[in-house]
Design a protein. Structure first.
Length: 101
C-alpha cells in the first residue's frame, strides 16, 4: 500500500467542495467571501486560501457544476440616480456627478 493521501478521495473532496460552493453562491445567493467562511469553518475544515485554490483548479478538471455566466453591473448616470428618494435625508443634489446630463 503506497504512503500518502489517496488521490481518488482528494478528487471526490474537491468535487464536493465545488458543488457546495456553487450551492452557497448561486442557490443561496451568498457573497463569495461568506461562502468561503462557511466552507472553511463549518463544512470542510480547510483554510480559505486552500478552498480558493481548489475552486480555481476545478476549472481544469471536469466538475459537475454548471458554468455561471458573468453579468455586468449596470452603470447609472446622474439623471437615473436623481429618481431615487433619499431615506437618509441628504439632498439628491449631493450625489456626485460623473456623467453629463
Amino acid at each position: 500500500m503506497p504512503k500518502g493521501r489517496d488521490k481518488e478521495l482528494i478528487d471526490r473532496r474537491d468535487r464536493a467542495l465545488c458543488r457546495r460552493y456553487y450551492y452557497w453562491t448561486e442557490v443561496r445567493r451568498l457573497r463569495f467571501d461568506d461562502a468561503l467562511k462557511i466552507l472553511s469553518k463549518e463544512e470542510f475544515f480547510l483554510s480559505e486560501e486552500r478552498i480558493l485554490a481548489i475552486i480555481r483548479d476545478s476549472r481544469k478538471i471536469d466538475v459537475a457544476v454548471p458554468a455561471v455566466p458573468k453579468v455586468r453591473m449596470p452603470r447609472l448616470n446622474y439623471r437615473q440616480l436623481s429618481l431615487f428618494t433619499d431615506d437618509a435625508g441628504c439632498p439628491v443634489s449631493q450625489i456626485r456627478r460623473e456623467t453629463k446630463i
